[in-house]
Design a protein around this ligand. Structure first.
Ligand code: SF4
Ligand code: SF4
Ligand code: SF4
Length: 370
């Protein structure tokens, strides 16, 4: 419902794709464009580097540290708002506090402190394929052994194992900074996700294509390191592929489009359509313990769960059919359960059992909870 007064109008306009929302998107595009290309000349036009002088004035080592500071502040301020908004919900309060903590430490302070001690800038909260370079031989050779082991074991063992036990949510809703920003500063825009079946069809293709590209790029870069001196043409191709992936996926889709589209396309455009880590975790999630449990015959079809699902999942359709579900794209944010006025939905980590047992369990729950 729209609040009265000019502030109410502004809030509604900003969160319902009004002119101010489009202006904010344009502003974010400009911000990211200057961040990435400031100081360079593109097509004969010199792009001003606005952020390096600010970083220097603040005694920060680079514009990227300044950006990290802004990102952390956005998560901290947005997180405080989310904690206040969902203060009665323990899951949301703890989850958001962890998100702020992880961003402030593992994704900001620790990498910065490492550089002060002349160590490589290493992000413990990001793993391959989000951080592609952690599997590139040139990066591996420049890192201390504990970092190399963490990258390899974290990506190949920890991510899938925790994904089986806790689904995608342990990473996408508790650790990853991209999800962290979406679920804090992006909270007012979560309802803007595209709910159409076309979006779902696109998502299934786009996310697996990005995963395929990340695998091919990694394989090419590793292979070119192995045979590079003997096959310089192959090395050149691998280097081009690496730069292309870096530009299209890491810069354009994850950095620029991923955040700039918040006010008009919702908060999880990158996560939903392009993140290669999401593709891996989604596949694991389908076979793991995580699911959303639906209480039988409780749904009143109000549609709040579907409206506020940031991944565009039609939660209501499952609830109407009294059907527990696991969707590869679900990031386990828990907001569908939070906004449901009838307490129909519950996020669970339990091995699936046979349907008979499920309905008996639902019956018992109904009986004892009234
Ligand atoms: S989908 Fe990808 S970018 Fe988004 S929170 Fe998960 S791992 Fe991070
Ligand atoms: S289904 Fe629920 S828990 Fe999953 S992403 Fe949507 S709102 Fe979040
Ligand atoms: S919010 Fe609850 S009651 Fe409303 S449609 Fe979803 S599951 Fe049904």
């Amino acid at each position: 419902m729209r609040q009265k007064g000019s502030l109410g109008w502004l809030k509604h306009d900003l969160t319902h794709r009004g002119p101010t929302a489009w202006l904010l998107t344009l502003g974010l595009f400009a911000f990211y464009f200057i961040l990435y290309y400031g100081g360079r000349t593109l097509a004969g036009v010199a792009i001003p580097d606005l952020f390096t002088p600010i970083a220097r004035a603040l005694h920060l080592p680079s514009k990227w540290t300044f950006y990290g500071l802004l990102y952390t502040l956005a998560i901290a301020i947005g997180g405080a708002y989310v904690i206040y908004k969902y203060r009665h919900n323990r899951y949301q309060v703890i989850r958001t506090s962890v998100v702020i903590f992880v961003q402030a430490t593992l994704a900001f302070s620790v990498p910065w402190i490492l550089t002060i001690f002349e160590q490589p800038e290493y992000y413990f909260s990001y793993l391959w394929p989000l951080k592609m370079e952690y599997f590139y031989p040139s990066t591996i050779l420049a890192m201390p052994l504990p970092f190399i082991l963490f990258s390899l074991l974290g990506s190949l063992i920890m991510v899938p194992l925790l994904g089986i036990f806790f689904g995608k949510r342990w990473y996408c809703s508790w650790v990853c900074g991209c999800g962290g920003l979406a679920n804090t500063a992006g909270e007012p825009f979560r309802h803007l996700s595209n709910k159409s079946s076309k979006a779902w069809a696109f998502e299934k293709w786009s996310i697996h294509i990005t995963l395929f590209l990340s695998l091919v790029t990694t394989a090419f870069v590793i292979a070119s390191w192995g045979v590079g001196e003997n096959y310089p043409a192959f090395s050149e191709q691998a280097a081009s592929l690496r730069s292309l992936y870096g530009f299209v996926v890491a810069t354009l889709l994850s950095g620029i489009i991923g955040v700039a589209l918040y006010p008009v396309g919702g908060t999880r455009v990158w996560c939903r359509y392009f993140c290669p880590m999401a593709a891996i975790l989604g596949l694991v999630q389908k076979f793991g313990r995580y699911r959303i449990r639906v209480k039988d015959n409780m749904c009143i079809s109000c549609g709040m769960c579907s409206t506020y699902c940031e991944m565009g999942i039609d939660v209501r359709a499952y609830a109407q059919r009294n059907q527990d579900f696991v969707r590869a794209s679900c990031v386990g944010c828990g907001i569908c359960a939070e906004v449901c006025p009838r307490g129909v939905l519950r996020l669970e980590n339990r091995w699936r059992r046979d349907p008979q047992e499920l309905s008996m369990d639902a019956l018992l729950n109904e009986t004892y909870r009234g």
